[in-house]
Ligand binder design. Sequence first.
Ligand code: HEC
Ligand code: HEC
Ligand code: HEC
Ligand code: HEC
Ligand code: HEC
Length: 396
Amino acid sequence: MRSLWLLAVLSLSLYAAEVVKVGDKFKDSGKCKACHSHIVKQWEDSWHSKSHYDNDEYFRKTIDYVARKNNRKSLNSIKIECAVCHNPRISVTSTSAEYEAIAALNLDKDTATAKALKSDTISEGINCVVCHNIDQIHDNLPDSKRGIHRVTWMKSGTMSGPYDDAKSPYHKVEPRDFMDNNPNQLCFVCHANDSSEEGHRFTNMQAEFANGGRACVDCHMGPRKDGVAATLRDVNGKVRKRLIREHGFEGAHTEQMWQGALKVDARKSGANLAVTLTNPQPHALPSGFGSREIVIDAQYYSGTKVLKSESLSLTSHYLTKRGKPTIPHLADKTVQNISIPALGSKTFTVPMTVGADQVVVVVSYRLVNDEVREILDLKDPIWSKKMVIKKLILKL
Ligand code: HEC
Ligand code: HEC
Ligand code: HEC
Ligand code: HEC
Ligand code: HEC
């Protein structure tokens, strides 16, 4: 029995992230432009392309804050931890006690770790050769092993894709089921769960997913439609028609995506206004990354005069071991998670104002709640912008 167990541990550790160098011909999206320029353009606008310390203020300031609050780990070690999902083509996947000792003395400039973090192989975040170089996804591993620790890579220069009859003069191709019939498997490599430095699991999108037949790609890459995968012409001067999807990965940062994302209903209920939010999506909202927020604003009128405004914040709050407010990545526990479950609904009450004859209810979404925005001192207006989900007017 014991040897069986040992064998299992051994074979699991054999899967520990294996780095495959990305050849210069493939490492950035610019190399794909000559034949896939339409795809490159869509991807450039996506937040996958911004997933790097230099390109996403929220990500950068979270890393800085975690490193500041942790005196056992250097900034670079935290960056390496986050790279597991945010920059999975990194060439160094863990740091040692020796590294920490050198980093503490600022003598780490020439180490493999420092060089890996500066490399232009990772500067594009989640780029083409993250998804299209995955060979296998190991769902037999424990569910905390994600990103780089859950996949094995193709040989550099082979692209995994949805078609089993594609040919390209620039690269080899291999069809994979997770690019075609089973795409959630690909998304769940990273969008599954994440835990804080204290080991607290602050998000679990995979566990809350209600599989109603629609895949992540159906909504976040749009339905399959007629188009071309490559603009390269064949010997007869023709391009090949294909069924393709968009590469914009539109989500929480895209204002239009929020319009109608929840159904909103409001009615009088005694001395209160009852606002019911119904979520038709197969995952909770807010979901995914912690500290997102839904805001219910109710403005009471008498004629054209505003009598009173009420506001209700639906978000999660995180506490340290000592019970102080903190960010998800340093949390010991989550309090007050009030997101709307997948395919479910919740009713919230807002106090009514005496003498009002009309109320305007606006339900909106914010990427970061006040608490975390203040802790991290986030400056870009995108983090506090209210993106409207639904506005309705109720005569009282
Ligand atoms: C987050 C993962 C991901 C990233 C990043 C990504 N792709 Fe894709 N790509 C997919 C998936 C999934 C499909 C299959 C879509 C479907 O169901 O047909 C796909 C399909 C394709 C196809 C087939 C045609 C199509 O559009 O469906 C090509 C070509 C392609 N990708 C090229 C690229 C290039 C070039 C980049 C970088 C600019 C890129 N991809 C980035 C996931 C990704
Ligand atoms: C010289 C042109 C050219 C360049 C450059 C090029 N490709 Fe392609 N690629 C093609 C052609 C042609 C196809 C086949 C299209 C078809 O069959 O409809 C293709 C197919 C693909 C597919 C789908 C494979 C499948 O089996 O489904 C992916 C994914 C892909 N390319 C990714 C990339 C990435 C990533 C880059 C940049 C690193 C890149 N390509 C650069 C020409 C090119
Ligand atoms: C290698 C890890 C990884 C994989 C695989 C991956 N993602 Fe992501 N995705 C991320 C990270 C990290 C972010 C956050 C980037 C940021 O905001 O800087 C993200 C962000 C997103 C967003 C949010 C965009 C926004 O505006 O809020 C959507 C939607 C998304 N991914 C969809 C998908 C889908 C669909 C798939 C599967 C086809 C997929 N992702 C595969 C890591 C991944
Ligand atoms: C039926 C359509 C649908 C499907 C299927 C779907 N989503 Fe979403 N998702 C939405 C809508 C609508 C929103 C809210 C608006 C937005 O952020 O795009 C959303 C929001 C998100 C967000 C931001 C959540 C937040 O509160 O900040 C992420 C991340 C995301 N989806 C990832 C995924 C992943 C990963 C899958 C597959 C496991 C998936 N989605 C499946 C429709 C869908
Ligand atoms: C298990 C994979 C995984 C790991 C490890 C991971 N992340 Fe993420 N992270 C994601 C995914 C997936 C998203 C996008 C989800 C969403 O938008 O809801 C994301 C989103 C974020 C966001 C929100 C970005 C935005 O633009 O809104 C921040 C901030 C963030 N991560 C910080 C970190 C930090 C700091 C670390 C390391 C301490 C880290 N992450 C490690 C998967 C991961």
